[in-house]
Write a protein that binds this ligand. Sequence first.
Ligand SMILES: [Zn+2]
Length: 128
Amino acid sequence: MLTNTQKRTQAKRIKRLCRRWLRALGLEQWQLSFDLADEHPLKGHHDNAIAYCSAQWEYMQATIVFSPKIVDLDDSKLEYVFLHELTHAMINEMRDWDDRDTDAAMRHEERVVTLVSSALQRARNGVA
Ligand SMILES: [Zn+2]
């Protein structure tokens, strides 16, 4: 459970990331919500999950929920998690293409999201 001061600090970090990234990612038109959960692990998610994204791509809406564990992340790791979850939002509509094997489809999505979010962060930081 985070204190109110910790919650405010984390909200500021997330706001900073929004200012740094939302326009660059073309997401200013989306309705995005960022929440901080009171508990870890995040209910219904993998024990190690630091955040999750729930999106309704057809309405360009997404909610990113962060676990209290984000207090342990340095700025670079938090930025990566932020980008990872927003990348899930951006490619969310691809989930509708194949509902035969959801587990396999999610593994493909995770790999693509990991690759793209890492690439975005490296590109923004000017890593060749
Ligand atoms: Zn993911």
